[in-house]
Design a protein around this ligand. Structure first.
Ligand code: G6P
Length: 372
């Protein structure tokens, strides 16, 4: 009903507006004086000390959160991490055992593919930890440990606020496990906690400064047939998520690529007028990576692409080559995805709305897929 939407035109619009709280509520009670302590994980130090491998399993948007989480898990725990789609993981013969931690991610906690993969991991003797947004759901009940996201109920089929909450929970887990294992320096912990605490206000800033602009621009792109998304490093899964969201709710062809792959294939798709979103990494973190992505932009622009850059405030290098620049506030390298995804969520919603589609209930999709 209209009342449940709290004055918003759709649940998805409401849920995107709640992305700042989804992060803040997931952090609440878990940060203390520059360190992360997750009370639910008390008593599990031996479990975390005893692993030598982490496998993250999930489906859909949750799997992209997992791909972002891999960078943080490896950086802060120094344990090797693989990310795999739950349905693929289960139907091969993975090398896992008691020294493997399988981290599942699921908003609903009921996705059958993910649940079966968790059960399979347990049968093989692996340790299991569930990142879940739904209290008491099946997947957390089947797991050795649980870290809840506190995004609040998500109603729209396309996941938005749960995604930023999942990344937040993965970062908290990485910092917790890194500290327990002695892999994380105090300075790195303090810095990460400071960055995490700043994320909600930065998302608010993206919404305030860019939402109206993106919606207007999405209306203008209303008859676009195909959109490509390019990203690198943590921007790569964000490109995949931007493409997925567009497919799910606006029914147009969309594909995300690792920017470095451009010359190995995708550039063949670029013809005049092709819309391409490019997630531009901050030049402050890696001048080299930034330069490479800017040169990707030049390459596609030379072939007539219409470039929409998602770039940090003050990055002037993209201005000469971009048709649109969507700005995100400055953040640490690992924290940029939590900001860069917001314009992509707004864009997908704007384009679907411009096409007169029901953004909350896209055709053929279910919020939670409880069959294999
Ligand atoms: C469905 C939804 C997606 C979601 C995926 C995983 O396909 O349409 O939005 O990302 O399931 O759902 P989960 O509840 O496991 O996060």
């Amino acid at each position: 009903s209209a009342a449940e939407k709290g004055g918003w035109s759709s649940f998805m619009a409401k849920e995107v507006s709640e992305e700042p709280e989804a992060v803040a509520n997931t952090l609440r009670g878990r940060l203390h004086e520059g360190a992360v302590t997750i009370p639910e994980l008390d008593g599990l130090d031996d479990l975390f000390a005893g692993i030598n491998r982490i496998i993250v399993i999930a489906c859909g948007t949750a799997a992209y959160a997992g791909m972002v989480g891999k960078y943080a898990l490896e950086q802060w725990t120094r344990v090797p991490v693989d990310v795999e789609l739950a349905h693929e993981f289960r139907y091969r013969d993975p090398v896992i055992g008691p020294d493997t931690l399988v981290v599942s991610i699921s908003q609903s906690g009921e996705t059958m593919d993910t649940l079966m993969a968790v059960k399979f991991a347990r049968e093989r003797g692996a340790k299991t930890l569930s990142i879940c947004n739904t209290q008491g759901a099946t997947i957390p009940r089947e797991s050795d440990a649980i870290v809840y996201t506190h995004a609040g109920p998500e109603v729209a089929v396309a996941s938005t606020k749960a995604f930023v909450a999942q990344i937040t929970a993965l970062y908290l887990l990485a910092l917790h496990v890194g500290r327990v294992r002695g892999a994380l320096s105090d300075a790195a912990s303090v810095e990460a906690v400071r960055e995490l605490e700043a994320v909600p206000a930065k998302i608010v800033r993206v919404l305030e400064k860019e939402q109206a602009h993106i919606e207007q621009f999405a209306r203008w792109m209303g008859d676009t047939q195909s959109v490509l998304f390019l990203g690198r490093h943590v921007g790569y899964p964000i490109a995949l998520e931007g493409a997925l969201k567009l497919k799910e709710i606006s029914y147009i062809h969309a594909e995300g690529f690792a920017a470095g792959e451009l010359k190995h294939g995708p550039i063949a798709l670029v013809e005049p007028g092709q819309a391409v979103f490019v997630i531009v990494p901050s030049p402050r973190h890696s001048a080299e990576l930034h330069k490479k992505v800017v040169s990707n932009i030049q390459e596609i622009r030379a072939r007539g692409a219409r470039v929409i850059a998602v770039a940090e405030e003050g990055d002037a290098a993209v201005l000469p080559f971009a048709d649109e620049v969507l700005r995100i506030p400055l953040a640490g390298a690992l924290f940029e995805p939590l900001l860069a995804v917001v314009p992509l969520h707004i864009f997908a919603m704007g384009l679907a709305t411009a096409k007169g589609l029901d953004v909350d209930q896209p055709r053929n999709l279910a919020k939670s897929v409880t069959v294999e």
